[in-house]
Design a protein around this ligand. Structure first.
Ligand SMILES: [Zn+2]
Length: 232
């Protein structure tokens, strides 16, 4: 217990973060009923904070998030964790740099997953965020490690932080939970536009060297500088 006390503040902060990030899944229309989930790794601990199973999005609060170890066993919390906990836990065990995992059945991206088709890189915004295609992963039944294995096998060494698990839905990863949520939002946006482009005609894939330079620029240069210039 004393070991855990030192991380209590971190766990409390992550409970707030993970509960709040679930509202983003609703805001961006990525989830129906209680489907979808967000988790965050507790840095420096073999623990994660994840959504409880079967609770309405309106009722998600910091104090009903569930803390599990990286085998998916509940360490703290009265509710059962998300039914996708084993998949999240597998990803954290296999990918030490991953700090957040998100799962949704968002409509357009899951339609590509239903077709078993990766999303080719038709858009500069996709090159920026995903560095190329958004890959499709294998079919896997829920329960056990099969989904986790499929996510890790597909995303290891891949630039994309999103995988379309065949006949199922989207799993995204990130250095933290917010980044994984952003990847889930952008994945759905890309999937929607790619679908519309296919409906309209024949979308044009971006050349590989242009994808590379777009990705490098966005990942390294884009955005606000982290150190503000001094005020005079
Ligand atoms: Zn699912």
């Amino acid at each position: 217990m004393s070991e855990r006390l030192s991380s209590n503040d971190t766990v409390a902060r992550l409970r707030e973060t993970v509960a709040a990030l679930h509202t983003e899944l609703v805001r961006y229309n990525l989830v129906a009923w209680t489907s979808g989930n967000v988790s965050a790794r507790v840095p420096g601990e073999d623990l994660m904070v994840i959504k409880p199973s079967g609770i309405s999005y309106d009722d998600l609060r910091p104090d009903n998030m569930v803390v599990c170890d990286l085998d998916g066993v509940v360490v703290e919390g009265d509710l059962s964790p998300s039914s996708d906990t084993e998949a999240h836990a597998y990803v954290y065990r296999a990918m030490p740099d991953v700090g957040g995992v998100v799962h949704t059945h968002s409509g357009y991206a899951t339609a590509w997953a239903a077709c078993g088709e990766s999303i080719p890189c038709y858009l500069t915004a996709q090159a920026d965020e995903f560095g190329g295609e958004i890959p499709v992963g294998p079919f896997a039944l829920i329960g056990g490690d099969d989904i986790g294995k499929g996510i890790v096998a597909t995303l290891s060494g891949h630039r994309s932080p999103a995988v379309l698990m065949r006949n199922h839905g989207v799993f995204t990863i990130g250095p933290n939970a917010k980044a994984a949520v952003k990847a889930a939002v952008m994945c759905e946006d890309v999937a929607r536009t790619a679908h519309l482009a296919r409906a309209l005609g024949r979308p044009l894939p971006i050349a590989a060297e242009d994808v590379d330079s777009l990705y490098a620029r966005y990942q390294n240069v884009y955005g606000q500088t982290t150190v503000p210039s001094p005020r005079r």
